[in-house]
Design a protein around this ligand. Structure first.
Ligand SMILES: [Zn+2]
Length: 213
């Protein structure tokens, strides 16, 4: 296994989650595969983003970040909706005065702001021991079969629902095989659509062994 290098972190960000900007004291380790466009590395992460990132490694740390943001957006959809439905002034001037709604009024805007800021948090460039790692377009959309998806994660999600695939298995295949073999990963996921969990694990192990040889 390759060594995991912590990314260089600006001084003012040293206690911030790379994904969402919240205070944090943990690290997410991304172990690179044959096709990963960067070496193995570690980014500071809060507990929630760490758990989400582990589920969405995809083909690079940048794909992973997009997927974490998508997941946060889904988890905090209700908090984000507060900002869509209200302005801060409207909420302050609202007639909610009884105890129950009074509490809502006080905390609602703050919950919205926290969720919004976490999703907007830009992180910082990936720099390993002073050397900036170019994202090689991995932060941008993903094109497959003439269609540009907002992200690799979005493409996997689309094909998984289109063909009723196991999204985790498909994502693992893409992670191992790389973006360039998305089509092959899709074929494998479709062939093994009804396969048992053990069989899928065997397929992944076989691919890993084949790539390592
Ligand atoms: Zn976070």
């Amino acid at each position: 296994m390759s060594t995991v290098t912590p990314i260089d972190t600006p001084f003012d960000k040293r206690h911030s989650c790379w994904f969402c900007g919240e205070p944090c004291d943990r690290h997410f380790e991304y172990h690179s595969e044959v096709h990963t466009p960067h070496p193995s590395l570690a980014v500071p992460a809060c507990g929630e983003c760490l758990a989400l990132a582990k589920q969405h490694k995809l083909t690079s740390i940048w794909d992973c970040r997009v997927a974490v943001k998508d997941a946060l957006m889904r988890i905090y959809a209700k908090h984000l909706a507060i900002g869509i439905n209200w302005t801060e002034e409207e909420l302050a001037e609202s007639e909610f005065s009884c105890n129950v709604f009074g509490g809502f009024k006080k905390s609602a805007w703050m919950m919205y702001q926290i969720a919004r800021d976490r999703i907007n948090a830009p992180g910082w460039p990936i720099v390993l021991e002073g050397i900036t790692i170019d994202d090689q377009g991995y932060s941008a959309g993903f094109e497959f079969d003439g269609v540009i998806y907002t992200s690799l994660h979005a493409a996997i999600h689309y094909y998984s629902s289109q063909f009723c695939l196991d999204p985790r298995f498909f994502a693992e295949l893409v992670r191992l095989l790389g973006r360039g073999r998305f089509n092959y990963a899709l074929k494998l996921a479709r062939i093994h659509i009804a396969a048992a969990k053990e069989m899928k694990q065997q397929v992944l192990a076989d691919i890993k062994a084949e790539l390592a040889s």
